[in-house]
Design a protein. Structure first.
Lengths: 115, 111
């Protein structure tokens, strides 16, 4: 299957700081990238969908000014958690689809801990 | 709103037993995927089913997509400790094209 990478794999930051997470499709061009959030013992919840060169579409209840998404190229999307607070601590996972819209591949996730 | 309900939520069985995980929804999906997730890692795609009634086999795993494309099942034959993990179904919504995840089934297989 296609490979999606994320960086960093984990990050610890102080409350009030901003954190940027990168998501890359390594061996295919990702027409669409998705960002999910997963709390412990729970399933994945879609936060936003982004297409290269256009603004991201956020799910209901997700603050677009807090979770900034930039899909700069067909292989790179970034999620910036601005002014992070302890309640933003979670496992953030990006995903991408290529030519086949039915198959969606996931990155390894980024564990964010806000102190 | 969780559109996909999985059952059971938790399953602990002995090695060699068979099991079935169900994924149900009132919505119709254009396709459905099954993933397995290990702790601290992203989900890994196991299979994609597209056609209503479709059955796919992956070694000891058998996946079925319901005729109406609203539900799916995963059957594991002769489970092994290596099958332990979180199993997630995910349906692609017809109208929005978004992939929505099920509630998850945590499987533990004891040797």
């Amino acid at each position: 299957g296609a490979v999606v990478s994320q960086h960093p794999s984990w990050v610890i930051c102080k409350s009030g700081t901003s954190v940027k997470i990168e998501c890359r499709s390594l061996d295919f061009q990702a027409t669409t990238m998705f960002w999910y959030r997963q709390f412990p013992k729970q399933s994945l919840m879609l936060m936003a969908t982004s297409n290269e060169g256009s603004k991201a579409t956020y799910e209901q209840g997700v603050e677009k000014d807090k979770f900034l998404i930039n899909h700069a190229s067909l292989t790179l999307s970034t999620l910036t958690v601005t002014s992070a607070h302890p309640e933003d601590s979670s496992f953030y996972i990006c995903s991408a689809t290529g030519e086949s819209r039915h198959e969606q591949f996931f990155g390894p996730g980024t564990r964010l801990t806000v102190l | 709103t969780q559109l996909l309900e999985q059952s059971p939520q938790f399953l602990s069985i002995q090695e060699g037993e068979n099991l079935t995980v169900y994924c149900n929804s009132s919505s119709v999906f254009s396709s459905l995927q099954w993933y397995r997730q290990e702790p601290g890692e992203g989900p890994v795609l196991l299979v994609t089913v597209v056609t209503g009634g479709e059955v796919k086999k992956l070694k000891r795993l058998t996946f079925q997509f319901g005729d109406a494309r609203k539900d799916s099942s995963l059957h594991i034959t002769a489970a092994q400790p290596g099958d332990t993990g979180l199993y997630l179904c995910a349906g692609r919504h017809y109208n929005t094209d978004k992939l929505i995840f099920g509630t998850g089934t945590r499987l533990q297989v004891f040797p």
